[in-house]
Design a protein around this ligand. Structure first.
Ligand code: NAD
Length: 468
């Protein structure tokens, strides 16, 4: 078997041959990737079920369709994205061709996480291929069934000289990271992100970090309570709360909290029956380690469980759980919950809620629920987060025309749609000059003088262009 260095060297040699650059090649590989997704849908669904007991419905939406939609989007926009972008000029450059050219970076590394093990590999891969790169793909070892399937299928569909899957955990990833990559897109926790950044610093490799955080949901002013709780619960308990953009906690007034609890109970019963453990529509926790982490969190919390709280270690089941009377210093508020526990924190006013949010690290997503657009606007203007959605959850990340990424400790850089193409492209500033306007151009040569200087200063302004 090739060492990691041999793998990267092989891909680099391919990249240098220029084979990945033409549009036809990129299109052919994207089309093959689409075929891989379509022809193996059943196998993917099985693997995702094995890893997370992902219901087919959720897996189709969040792993298969989101990815094939991204592929369609890339295929239909690729020609436009690849076109040179002509830019504004001044007098001295008026007769030149000045444009931005998107060029592939080289060999890129994509490191995925276990919670959406297919989506988080294939969506960045679409962007890397569209931008003309070679790529090493490193799935999460925790979602092992999906990891194995991706490792088996990618070489069957895509050029093996250009794209390679390297499986393994921390040790393999760190060995891989000793090599020089031209970009790294990492999805996962903040702690591991520090390891990635340190390894990237050695080679001055640019990095996109897709991390998590505590994404709040603020509910203020009037809301259609029945609709609000259904949207909130769907976003929270989709994939059993193991979504980077899941609402982590709710901030609302004591009156809203009291009105919400019966509505939450009713909606949860509608979703998963009175016995969510028997519902085929509710996922499991990915591993015993994560199950124990959640159990410990709930045990240590000083909050009051008002819905759920049950769990079953053997089955890696953790009930959809709602907790009230949770203080800012409660263990549930110390880190991202990343599981089916929803704390509701009562505050006296919208201003207090905004101050609460701004005391925490900037989240990956922020949700504001209200009938009043002024409430939504206020939250939007006075907070910061990777993405924002009002009166719903998660959906903002499904639109390929919006960038997906964090800010502050929820990450930096972005992808999806054109944004992914940009992430994996170098924007080369190009100026193609002829020998025109030599008298004007000659003003910059010695012997220098005040008059020449003032002409030069004027000719560099955009205004000067209007005379030609
Ligand atoms: P994980 O354990 O699957 O780790 C992510 C990747 O890092 C894996 O490929 C793993 O092999 C590798 N890794 C783990 N330890 C390592 C180490 N010590 N050195 C080098 N590589 C290592 O996933 P996770 O970290 O548990 O992911 C959960 C986190 O990811 C949550 O915070 C979640 O919010 C975040 N997340 C973010 C997004 C996003 O798009 N922003 C999406 C999904 C998950």
């Amino acid at each position: 078997m090739d060492t990691h260095k041999q793998v990267v060297d092989r891909l680099r040699a391919t990249f240098r041959s220029g084979v990945t650059v033409p549009e036809e090649f990129r299109r052919a590989q994207l089309t093959k990737l689409m075929a891989m997704m379509k022809e193996n849908e059943e196998l993917f669904l099985k693997a995702l079920h094995k890893d997370l007991a992902k219901p087919k419905f959720e897996a189709v939406l969040s792993e298969i369709d989101i990815t094939t939609n991204e592929l369609h989007y890339a295929l239909s926009h690729l020609s436009t994205w690849m076109k040179p972008e002509y830019v504004g000029k001044n007098l001295a450059t008026k007769l030149d061709d000045c444009f931005v050219r998107r060029e592939p970076l080289g060999v890129v590394l994509i490191i995925g996480a276990w919670n959406y093990p297919l989506q988080l590999l294939i969506m960045p891969l679409v962007a890397a291929i569209a931008a003309g790169n070679c790529a090493v793909i490193k799935p999460s070892e925790i979602s092992s069934a999906t990891d194995s399937l991706v490792a088996e299928l990618i070489p069957k569909y895509l050029s093996q000289d250009c794209y390679t899957v390297v499986s393994g955990g921390a040790e393999e990833t760190q060995s891989l990271l000793k090599n020089r990559f031209d970009h790294i897109l990492y999805t996962g926790s903040q702690n591991v992100a520090r390891v990635i950044l340190q390894a990237a610093a050695v080679h001055l490799t640019p990095v996109t970090l897709e991390l998590g955080g505590k994404s709040p949901c603020l509910i203020f002013g009037g809301v259609d309570m029945a609709a609000a709780v259904r949207r909130l619960l769907w976003a929270k308990f989709f994939n059993a709360g193991q979504s980077c953009v899941a609402p982590d906690y709710v901030l609302c007034s004591p009156a809203t909290r009291d009105a919400m609890i019966p509505a939450l109970r009713e909606a949860l019963q509608d979703f998963y029956t009175q016995e969510p453990q028997s519902s085929p529509d509710f996922s499991r926790i990915v591993s015993q380690r994560h199950w124990s982490r959640l159990t410990e969190l709930l045990q240590k919390s000083n909050g009051k469980v008002v819905i759920g709280g049950e769990s079953d270690q053997q089955d890696k089941y953790f009930a959809p759980t709602v907790v009230v009377d949770v203080g800012e210093d409660d263990v549930l508020m110390q880190g991202e919950i990343f599981g089916p526990i929803l704390p509701i924190i009562a505050v006296e006013s919208l201003e207090e809620a905004i101050e609460f949010v701004n005391r925490q690290e900037k989240p990956l997503a922020l949700y504001a629920f209200s009938d009043e657009s002024s409430v939504v606007q206020t939250v939007l203007e006075k907070t910061s987060s990777g993405g924002f959605c009002s009166n719903d959850g998660i959906l903002h990340m499904c639109l390929p025309s919006l960038p997906f990424g964090g800010v502050g400790s929820s990450g930096f850089g972005s992808y999806h749609g054109r944004w992914g193409f940009e992430t994996f492209s170098h924007r080369r500033a190009c100026m193609l000059r002829g020998w025109f306007l030599e008298r004007l151009n000659g003003l910059r040569y010695p012997p220098y003088g005040e008059e020449r200087l003032s002409w030069l200063r004027w000719s560099a302004t955009p205004k000067s262009c209007s005379i030609l």
